[in-house]
Design a protein around this ligand. Structure first.
Ligand code: TRP
Length: 457
């Protein structure tokens, strides 16, 4: 590879990493998996997972990237030896799978954004008998969905093909504050709703008995959500850290990135659940992939100037999704450029084109969303994280601690604590999560998906 650039500004790296992390995972996926996991019980397991596994795991990707200064596949080979190229291969597959459905969901946001220009959300709702769920049902599949999936993927491919970096930093600088402001405003508004209390109760007050009874579902769901939202488990953070100067304090940067990402997800919950309960939806899990669309259209239909707010909200999320999608396609593209010597635009177009096709079935039926999302989050990301933990914890621990100490100083026993944390307890948690995730996914394949095939083919 040619001479590598490093991030121009101190904040450049954080901005790009936050741009990758903050996206549909926080605003679309978090509320609906929280609903499916029963609310507060899921939230607690998820927060623990982020702090106890997510933080050590983001450091793992950072040290691998900054130490080797290579793309994820090259980095693994350099540290672990030739056999690790297969793990790198799985990273690439993961990128394919995630971006394929990600683009369809991002397309929904573009669609809802455009609705804001067409007048008030209450008038749109009226077209669907006042039912936000019916509106989502109509728009989430079919020609609409197909068209906006195409638009979103074309944008993503275009940006990656042109290698535009500057635009991303700027977009993130505007987008993250905009999202935070909007969510805070909406959360305050949601607080004033009549049944807000029931929403908070559901979201914030965990029953430990529920966690104990359901940990076998909660753990893999929390693991998948944590890795997805933090962009961990497929080499995105390896890639970004490979452009990093030695003077950066990785622990500090990791904390900032995780703090932003988790804060935004948490805020989204503070908006969605009070709205749900006030709208009489007391089983938030039922909203499924439509949760955020349903609750937000209800809200925007209800407040004055709602279509302006809606336009800003859905538009900002679409931009957030774009900055994440770029990170996904960039990993896949950079790999083809580095390892196969293909030109950038050809690589982006070729890989992006295949990903686009893989996403098309989702616009036909949402069962394909579960098929792809379940595989990526329940299986692939957890597997990727597990492999990295084995590599750093058991194969190159000394190098890893030295790398972490650059920019921080002597860590003393903290460095050892990190290594031992990933060597044993985190490793065990990941193996358990992965096993449970695989079982869940096989269940899905043999029951839901097989049933769907019987009915439809
Ligand atoms: N983290 C992003 C989100 O929450 C999605 C994402 C981008 C991602 N790059 C990733 C997820 C790499 C897993 C791996 O929307």
């Amino acid at each position: 590879m040619a001479q590598r650039e490093t991030w121009a500004t101190r904040t450049g790296f954080i901005l790009a990493a936050v741009g990758s992390a903050v996206g549909l995972g926080n605003i679309w996926r978090f509320p609906f998996v929280t609903g499916e996991g029963g609310g507060a019980a899921f939230l607690l397991v998820y927060l623990l997972f982020v702090a106890l596994v997510g933080f050590p795991a983001i450091l793992v990707e950072f040290v691998v990237g900054r130490k080797t200064k290579r793309n994820p596949v090259g980095a693994l080979i350099e540290l672990g030896g030739d056999a690790w190229k297969y793990v790198g291969g799985i990273f690439i597959v993961t990128g394919f799978v995630i971006l394929s459905f990600y683009s369809v969901v991002a397309g929904w946001f573009i669609r809802y954004f455009l609705e804001g220009f067409r007048g008030s959300y209450s008038s749109h709702l009226a077209e669907y008998g006042g039912e936000a769920g019916a509106m989502f049902g109509e728009l989430s599949t079919g020609l609409d969905a197909f068209f906006f999936h195409t638009v979103f993927m074309a944008l993503t491919i275009g940006i990656v093909a042109l290698g535009i970096r500057q635009g991303i930093e700027l977009a993130v600088k505007v987008m993250v504050p905009a999202i935070v402001l909007l969510l805070v405003g909406m959360a305050i508004w949601a607080f004033t709703l009549p049944d807000a209390g029931a929403g908070y109760e559901y979201y914030l007050s965990p029953e430990f008995g529920v966690i104990a009874d359901n940990w076998q579902e909660l753990l893999p769901a929390a693991a998948g959500q944590a890795f997805f939202t933090l962009s961990l488990g497929m080499g995105v953070m390896i890639t970004y850290a490979s452009y990093l100067g030695e003077d950066r304090n990785l622990a500090k940067d990791g904390t900032a990135i995780i703090g932003f990402d988790t804060g935004i997800a948490f805020l989204t919950g503070l908006v969605v659940f009070p709205i749900f309960f006030s709208a009489g939806i007391t089983e938030p899990g039922e909203g499924g992939a439509g949760a955020i669309f349903i609750s937000m259209t209800e809200a925007f239909a209800d407040v004055t100037g709602g279509h302006i707010l809606g336009l800003v909200f859905f538009g900002t999320v679409a931009i957030a999704a774009l900055s994440s999608a770029i990170s996904l396609l960039e990993v896949v593209t950079a790999y083809v450029i580095d390892e196969k010597g293909v030109e950038r635009w050809k690589a982006a177009l070729g890989m992006g084109g295949v990903i686009y096709l893989l996403g098309v079935p989702v616009t036909y039926d949402l069962i394909f969303l579960d098929l792809l999302d379940g595989f990526a989050d329940g299986v692939l990301l957890v597997f990727g994280a597990l492999m990295l933990v084995i590599l750093v914890g058991w194969i190159t621990p000394k190098i890893a601690v030295q790398e972490l100490e650059k920019g921080i100083g002597d860590l003393g026993s903290l460095g050892q604590a990190w290594i031992w944390a990933i060597r044993v307890p985190i490793l065990v948690v990941l193996i358990v999560s992965l096993s449970l995730g695989v079982i869940d996914y096989v269940d899905f394949l043999t029951e839901d998906f097989a049933g769907w095939i019987d009915e439809n083919l």
